[in-house]
Write a protein that binds this ligand. Structure first.
Ligand SMILES: Cc1cc2nc3c(=O)[nH]c(=O)nc-3n(C[C@H](O)[C@H](O)[C@H](O)COP(=O)(O)OP(=O)(O)OC[C@H]3O[C@@H](n4cnc5c(N)ncnc54)[C@H](O)[C@@H]3O)c2cc1C
Length: 148
């Protein structure tokens, strides 16, 4: 995505918590879609999560299948309908591959593929912009944007 000069909501990091936040915001207000910018050095969702789960060879999550980035608590269970072996006892803990593919499904269903700007946030500075208190979000690629 290209960097907007100004954004209403800047989200630092594109991990599972950021994805959860974005889907919940959009569920409440679809019009926020164009007011959100997500920053992550990978330029994609869940990159660090994927790498770290793979590096540690983590077989499944610790939380049951209702805890995931989609606002509908049952959507992961539906996604896993034909994959019962990937829900682990005792509380149907989602397997790592299942959770990863489900998260990708969340990204595409909510049309968030192009929401992540590839950069690290290096500083967030309080500023006054057009008379209002806002923030300058500074990036490691030398660019910056104003966030409300
Ligand atoms: C064995 C195991 C099982 C787990 N099971 C669960 C579970 O069932 N449920 C659960 O909720 N959690 C579970 N966790 C923990 C889970 O992995 C973390 O809670 C989750 O990854 C945190 O999500 P996050 O989005 O906050 O952070 P992260 O996944 O760490 O994502 C943060 C992102 O922010 C980016 N970032 C960091 N700094 C900057 C910056 N300055 N500028 C731009 N981007 C930046 C990073 O590159 C990264 O992509 C488990 C962990 C382990 C080890």
């Amino acid at each position: 995505m290209s960097l907007p000069i100004q954004t209403n909501i800047a989200i630092v990091g594109a991990g599972p918590h950021a994805l959860t936040l974005v889907t919940h915001l959009l569920q409440k207000r679809e019009k926020y879609r164009h007011k959100i910018t997500v920053f992550d050095p990978s330029g994609t969702w869940m990159s660090q999560w994927r790498q770290q789960f793979a590096a540690q060879e983590i077989p499944h999550l610790r939380s049951p299948a209702v805890h995931h980035p989609d606002p509908d608590p049952f959507s992961l269970r539906r996604f896993a309908e034909n994959r019962p072996n990937e829900l682990f006892p005792p509380y149907d803990l989602p397997g790592t591959k299942l959770f990863q593919e489900f998260s990708q499904d969340v990204v595409s269903r909510w049309q968030l593929e192009d929401k992540v700007y590839k950069a690290s946030v290096t500083n967030i500075a309080p500023i006054t912009y057009r008379g209002n208190p806002q923030f300058r979000v500074e990036l490691d690629d030398g660019n910056s944007t104003i966030a409300r």
